[in-house]
Design a protein around this ligand. Structure first.
Ligand SMILES: [Zn+2]
Length: 378
């Protein structure tokens, strides 16, 4: 643990990541990793497009005779929306869209999904999560007092998507993951792996009440090894091969489809807004915008001065917090004072519960050695 406050002189990551290190120039290890490992291997330009072209052709060829040649998980946020648009209009693919409704969708997200589906004439499959199970698992995470209370939702999104792909014989899943907005990943201390099923089961076992019968489950090994190598499901990240500037992408979607923008990243649900704008900063002192803005600084979409200014503004208006607080409490069958009691409770980390971190570390080390995993995950 660092005892003295320090902030990177190149981005805005700081000692709120307890494992951050700085070099003699005051640059953090995220910055060093970006210039050493990510930037030389990242081609969001003509070169990238030429690298991607043979894969697009292969996806088309492998999909001949099928109704769809790939699957895209669509949240309604900018990354997945833009991938959908690119896939259909720029690459000429025939994607099937897959959405998980975990009970927290904002009206904007619902509208955005509808507009894309109509505008591009695509097929959409929506998996609606059993709300009683969802609520039980989510409440368990609140009671566990961990930072990552969005894990139930994240897990449902990703497990739902990959289970659907494997079950229906999809060979290609296109995702909105990208270096442009995510080259600085949030440390695990802030945001633990949503794919660690062992942790989910342990927290649910301790604090949950209702068995998870239909809730989608897939642990990190099932998805990275079994689905990849046995079922042949390949993950493609097209946004790393084209110019992807977030503001421009949102504008393009707005002009073309009447897509609605969000003030900050990932506020496609009211729950996410509460979690990122209140739970994390207020209870734990973690601000996910710090990692996000740092990514934008490194990829030259924001200056460090702009980021330093923005980070001092609370993401939330006072009245909105009070409204969201009451809304979240009511949805989880808590009173406002019960939710407040949880907020005030003793903070825990992922290490306080069973987890697969040791195994994941080994796997990550192998992927880094092979050069497949380039962002820092710790
Ligand atoms: Zn830095």
């Amino acid at each position: 643990m660092q005892s003295k406050y320090q902030i990177c002189t190149n981005c805005i990551m700081d000692t709120s990541d307890p494992n951050i290190t700085f070099d003699e120039l005051g640059w953090c290890d995220y910055c060093r990793n970006y210039y050493k490992n990510i930037l030389p291997n990242w081609h969001p330009n003509g070169k990238g497009e030429r690298m991607l072209a043979p894969l697009i052709e292969k996806i088309k060829k492998d999909g001949k005779g099928r109704d769809h040649d790939c699957l895209i998980g669509l949240s309604g946020g900018v990354d997945s929306s833009y991938v959908t648009y690119l896939a259909r209009e720029k690459f000429g693919l025939r994607p099937m869209l897959f959405h998980v409704d975990a009970g927290w969708n904002s009206q904007e997200a619902v509208n955005n999904i509808e507009r894309l589906v109509d505008g591009l004439g695509l097929d959409l499959y929506t998996e609606v999560i059993d709300w009683l199970e969802m609520k039980d698992l989510q409440l368990a995470f609140f009671k566990a007092q961990v930072p990552h209370i969005d894990t139930p939702q994240d897990h449902a999104f990703f497990a739902g998507l990959y289970n659907f792909a494997a079950k229906n014989g999809f060979k290609y899943v296109l995702t909105g993951a990208n270096y442009s907005t995510e080259c600085v990943r949030e440390p695990l201390e802030w945001h633990y792996h949503a794919s660690d099923l062992r942790q989910i089961k342990d927290i649910h076992h301790r604090f949950g009440q209702r068995p998870l019968k239909s809730f989608p489950k897939a642990d990190i090994f099932k998805f990275k090894i079994y689905y990849r190598f046995v079922k042949g499901v390949r993950v493609v990240k097209p946004l790393d091969y084209v110019p992807y500037i977030k503001d421009k992408a949102m504008q393009e979607l707005a002009d073309r489809f009447g897509w609605q923008t969000y003030p900050y990243k990932h506020y496609e649900s009211r729950f996410t807004r509460f979690y990122e704008g209140y739970w994390l900063p207020k209870k734990f002192g973690y601000d996910k915008h710090r990692a996000h803005f740092s990514s934008l600084i490194l990829t030259k979409q924001m200056t460090r001065a702009e980021a330093l200014d923005l980070i001092t503004h609370p993401a939330y208006e006072k009245e909105t917090i009070a409204q969201d607080f009451e809304y979240i409490a009511r949805k989880l069958d808590l009173t406002v004072s019960e939710l407040q009691k949880i907020m005030d409770g003793q903070n825990k980390t992922y290490r306080d519960y069973k987890n697969n971190m040791a195994l994941i570390n080994v796997a990550t080390q192998i992927l880094r050695t092979l050069g497949i995993q380039k962002t820092i995950i710790r």
